[in-house]
Ligand binder design. Structure first.
Ligand SMILES: Cc1ncc(COP(=O)(O)O)c(C=O)c1O
Length: 446
């Protein structure tokens, strides 16, 4: 079993079946059905706490404070918000809907940051009415709009300005977010970021708290983070010199890579914390001034490894391919509707038979879904036992992030449930769609 990729409480039992959080996957499948997202609660919370503690230690050595904002876009439910609150994390949300679920889970508004490159007036108004701790502004239009709404409400909006540092990082083009030619942020190079800071500083409805950047996702190299930190500290120093205001906060975003396959690598909280503290220390030494109050926004690195998806194997087909060879297709009862990362980003995953241990010869296989798309691939290439059979349970690890939150009802397929497991108990975090849900939005003809 590819131990390095499954969450910390996953073990293979004497009779060969996997268990997670003390729950046998066969029982979970029996009780909750398949496909099924399974969240290892202990693993997810341990990762959240590791970011909290490693960054507190690495920056604490320099007398600096760090807030960890769990990037809820990776995976969100109100129970998860409750866990993050209990573990003293904050949360970043990227829509009115995410804000409402975070509040429903009991995350104090003051510990919530609202993101978005095109926030609606209603989202901004609601954020001010509930008193979110910070709004990360992303355009001059938003600065004007938010200033007007805040003055109308007789309040001031705590803001950070999202900066495009020009650092190009992050796996796929669609998850790289700080090079010039993309939709997020205000450019450092063109001076737009500096101009926006001045605009926020002068706006009576805004309380300028600092600057934010997020350079991309699934980033392994510390260099990109260090370069980004240096450019952000440089901007802060320039603003201090020209405007005489020391921006209290610097948010360096998320993006820490996780391992998806046995040969994959990850950027651990420890390495990230110490690497980034080093970079900020060097930048402060270079540009002078005080240490800012730091914050980071890990999402994938907290939720990703803690989750797996459990499928039931259906049709198995061997097809002849161009080079005269053969490819074995193993179809499962889910697919791109519960994991769109393979088809969208060409993401790599691995898989294993979870309901039994097989000694049979490995056969290179492609795990595919049940959707009407030949691109409906879950795992592009993985060795599965030759005796893989209809009815077997198959587990795909590291699907905790950008899985359920991006799920769809394509082909009117019902989105799977999410259960959390811990100490032999399972708890539904998000229930499976029902036909009633489908009929709920399908308007029946008169
Ligand atoms: C602003 C912002 N912060 C944090 C994150 C979380 O990134 P990751 O899940 O890679 O840690 C994202 C992801 O897109 C983001 O856009």
């Amino acid at each position: 079993m590819t131990a390095a990729v499954f969450s910390q409480t996953v073990v293979r039992g004497e009779d060969g079946a996997l268990s997670v959080g003390g729950c046998d996957v066969r029982d979970l499948a029996g009780e909750h059905g398949t496909p099924l997202y399974i969240v290892d609660e202990a693993d997810m919370r341990a990762r959240a706490c590791a970011f909290r503690d490693e960054f507190a230690a690495a920056f604490g050595r320099h007398g600096a404070k760090v807030d960890v904002y769990y990037a809820s876009k990776a995976f969100l439910s109100s129970k998860v918000a409750r866990w993050m609150r209990a573990d003293d994390l904050c949360m970043d949300v990227a829509s009115g809907g995410e804000l409402e679920i975070a509040l429903r889970g009991g995350m104090p508004a003051a510990r919530i940051g609202l993101h978005g490159n095109n926030k609606s007036d209603a989202e901004l108004r609601r954020a001010l009415e509930v008193g979110v701790g910070r709004i990360i502004v992303d355009s001059f239009t938003e600065i004007e709009t938010l200033d007007a709404i805040a003055r109308e409400l007789g309040t001031t909006a705590p803001v950070l300005v999202r900066v495009t540092t020009g650092v190009h990082a992050g796996g796929h083009e669609y998850i790289a977010t700080s090079h010039e030619d993309q939709k997020f942020g205000l450019s450092l190079a063109s001076g737009a970021a500096f101009e926006a800071l001045v605009a926020c500083h002068d706006a009576t409805g805004l309380d300028l708290r600092g600057i934010h950047t997020h350079i991309g996702s699934q980033i392994l190299s510390l260099d990109a983070f260090q370069e980004s930190a240096e450019r952000m500290l440089g901007l802060r120093a320039a603003f201090r010199v020209e405007v005489g205001y020391d921006l209290p906060e610097v948010d360096l975003g998320g993006g820490y890579a996780i391992r998806y396959t046995p040969h994959g690598e990850e950027l651990t909280p420890h390495d990230a914390a110490h690497g980034m503290a080093e970079a900020v220390a060097a930048a402060v030494a270079k540009v002078g001034g005080t240490w800012p109050h730091l914050s980071i926004e890990p999402g994938r690195a907290i939720a990703g490894p803690a989750g797996m998806t459990l499928y039931r194997v259906g049709v198995i087909k061997a097809v002849r391919i161009e080079d005269g060879g053969e490819r074995r297709y193993v179809a499962v009862d889910g697919g791109m509707s519960d994991n769109m990362r393979t088809i969208t980003y060409g993401a790599e995953y691995t898989a294993t038979i979870a309901s039994r241990l097989s000694e049979a010869e490995p056969v290179l296989s492609r795990v595919v879904g049940k959707h009407c798309e030949s691109g409906d691939i879950v795992v592009r290439d993985v060795d599965l036992p030759a005796d893989t059979a209809r009815g077997d349970l198959l587990a795909v690890p590291a699907t905790g992030a950008y899985g359920r939150v991006m799920a769809s009802n394509y082909n009117a397929v019902l989105r799977p449930a999410v259960v959390a497991v811990r100490d032999g108990e399972s708890e539904v975090l998000i229930r499976r769609d029902t036909l009633e849900d489908l009929f709920g939005w399908d308007v029946a003809p008169d």
